[in-house]
Every structure is written in C-alpha cells, then in structure tokens.
Design a protein around this ligand. Sequence first.
Ligand code: CA
Length: 525
Amino acid sequence: MLLSRLKAKGIFSPRSGLGVLLGLVLISSALSPVGSVQAEKNATDHKPYIIGFKEPPGRAGIEVVKGQDGRIRYVYDLIPAVAASLPEAAVEALQKNPRIAYIEPDVQVRAIAQDMPWGVSKVRAPEVWGLTRGSAVKVAVVDTGIDYNHPDLAANYKGGYDFVNGDADPMDDNNHGTHVSGTVAAVDNTIGVVGVAPSAHLYALKVLGSNGSGNISDFIAAIEWSVNHNMQVINMSLGYDGPFYLSSLEDACRNAYQAGLLLVAAAGNSGKANGKGDNVDQPARYQSVIAVAAIDQNDKRASFSSTGPTVELSAPGVNILSTLTNNGYGSGSGTSMASPHVAGVAALVWIINPGFTNVQLRQVLQDTACYLGDPNQYGKGLVDAYEAVRAATPPPTTGYEITVTSLNLGDVLAGTNTWPGVDAKNKPVSINAGGPWQVTAIADGDFTGGGSPSIILDITNLKMGAGYDSVAQVPKAGSAVTIAQGSAGTGLSPDMHTTLDVPWNRSDLVGKTFSATITYTVMPQ
Ligand code: CA
C-alpha cells in the first residue's frame, strides 16, 4: 500500500512534517467580539462612572459626588450628568440619593471595523466589487474543514463532507481550512476580515485531520465529490512533496478539469532560498492545476515558495490575516495562503462572464497577471482581479449611438453611426482648408457593460483637400495615437476607423451620455 501523505501547505515548517502551528498568531482578542464593552479598572479602588441627575446637578449636585470621594472628570451641559470616578461603596450610597437618576459604568467602546487583509487589496479585488463579488460561485475548499459557525464565514458556507471521519460534518479541527476559506470568501460585514470574493459560496471537503495530514484516497474522493456536486472552483492548499508520482491523483485532477472545474493549488513550501530548482508539489505541478506561488507585500517571492516551470501564478502568501476556528482571526504564511487568493479572483471573474469555460478563465488569469520576474519563481506573475475582470467582460449587447455633431474646418459631417451594426447615416465630407479640425462624438448607452467597451467611429469617403494628409489623434490613456492617414483627394486609406476606450467600471455612467472628442490634424504632405 502506497502510504502517500498530504500536508497542508501553510502552517508547517517545510521539513518538520509535524503539525506545528507556525505563524498563526491569535489576535482574536483584538478583533472579536466586536462592540464588546469592558470596564476600565482604576489604579485605586475608584472606578469610572457616569452619574445622571434628574435635574441639572448644579453646584449642590457636584458636592454630593465629591462628598462621596468622587473625582469629577466632566460636568456635562448636554445632559444632566457628570463623569466621575468613585469608590465602589459610594455607588450604593449615591443610588439612594433622590437627585440621582442613574449611575452607569464608564465603559470602553471599540470601533466596529472590518480589516482589509493586505492580500485582498494586492490582488485588486476591492476595485471590482462594484461589478462582482463572486456571488454564489461554488468554491470547494479541500482542506482541514471549515469552522462553519464562524461569524465571518457562516453566511457563505453551503455544505461539504468529512472524508477523514466519513460523515457529513466537515468541522475544522485544525484552523488551516478555516484560514484558507476566509481568504476566499470571508463575509463583507462589520467584523473581522473580508475575503477576495465576499459573496462566493464555500464548501468544506475535509481530507486533512487535526494534525494537518491526510490520505490521497480521501483527496481523490473529495475531487470526485466536487465534480458530482457541480463545484466550479477547487482550492487545494495542500500537497505531496514525496518521491512517488501519484498517477491516481493526476488522473482525478485531469478528469475534474475536463469536467469544467477550475483547479487551483498551492505550489508548495519546498522552495530554496536562492529560488532555484524544480520543487513544485503534486497536485500543483499537474498540467490541469494552477500552481500558485507566494509573494510578500513587496512583490517578492517568499523564500519558502516552491519554484519550477509549472509555477503558473503568484499571490500574497506572507503574513495573511484571515479567519481561525472558534470565531478567531490570525495571520499565516505559506503558499496555502496564496492559492485561495487565486481561487477568489477566479470566482470574481466567473460572475463577470458566466459563459467562460474553465480553460478560458484560466487563460484570462494568466494573460492579465502582473509580471514579476523569473517565471520559475512567479509564473505569469501576480493575479490581478481588476485586469482579469476587465478582460473577461463580454461584449456589450446594446449598441452605442454615435452622433458626429461637429467638424470644424471645411464641411460639417452630420450623421449618425450605430454600433454594432451598419453605418446608418454616414455622409461623405470634404475638407478643403488646411489646419486642424475636430470631430465630436456623442454616444448614449450603458457603459458599465461591455468588455473594454468602446466607441467605434467610422468615417468613410472622407475627401481631403489637395496636398493634405489626415492624422487622427485619439486621446487614449493620456497619449495620442495615430490611427489612420489619408491621401489628398482620395479619401482616407484605410477608411478612418477609430476606437475610444470608455471607462468600463463606472457605475455612475449608467444611462449617462458620454462624449468623446477626437482631434484630427490635417497636415500638409
Ligand atoms: Ca468580515
């Protein structure tokens, strides 16, 4: 029997093989519970209180407090009350005073806040949340389970299975899977952290026990479960770095990929400090799986991150803040932490273009990654939610009506082009005078759709005066671009065809009229 053991890829020292939690720092006392209150202890037996009076206390009221050894901190005008520290015995005495309405402890308040883990920002997820939050994309987390009661995960948790114990309760008894899951899809609320795809659905497939290790047989069963339950993305922050080639696992991954699932895995924590060598783990190194390397906040490869030609993408994997079991939060490091960033971005992109196959989605993630250097260390580079969503946005389904409203110098071109479709009212125009002239195009439409939506302005049969060329200067990304040139008297060759990029992620442009100015310069030959 082949005793292949899997290891979680984030919380182990690369060589220990023991379930030692490294880098997971419990900071739950700082983040949870939110809004809890806590009485402040005075150095003496005095404790702080707010003492409310039935009428404005006046000097007499203040003297009552002072008479009980009270130390006044505030006398308020806004409310009939004073803030003072009191010996405990004084509280009982003052409560009997008919002038006093209440005595309340001067408790500490805490900001209700949600931290943005640096990796979520680094992959540019918040920049596309106006368009996509990965809503209901099914992400299977093959790991140690998920603490599905965690207040930052519960709303997105939709089920799973415990292959270790053979039951339907994949509660996390380690922390690893809960941490990974928070990076994918911690809920966007007022507490804790937020994940890359804060509305994605999480499924816990527990194949690792409390010690962070498990069997290949359970792993394969989890992949099979994912296919049978129509999962869309599988995050595998675990791997095998031993000597055996696991054909069974590779076959399972390939078949899941061919079934349409996107498979994302931690590259492994077996990298050398010098970044040399081919040490990417299974299953990350399989052709059917996206191998994710880990970088730090300075876009540098984490020293532990595995390297080799199968590294496909990079993502944050050092000091990643996320969810822990028992309502906690903590930071962890590892390619385990990098992989779920990619899984989350994949969920974001799939919402934008549900027609994408897993192969197309994978290609977009590769094509839009931000190049970081040596492909053996970084693959195609840092996964980029903004660029990926932009590239994946399908073409608009509604045409933009382009109206050319003015054309100075020479005849005025007045007409309408529609897009997509035919030129509706294209009219020929002649330019007989020298010097610059200008076309103003106004387009109505929804510019929030549309994969890199653009205004396409076609002008055909534009006749130039003798001795002139036309140079179209299009304001695009802040620089002028020459698109078409024409010869005197012959019209433009090729016909003038200009494209203007329109801001595509601007929900404030819905239903608004967009105007663009294209400046043409007519130049003497
Ligand atoms: Ca949250």
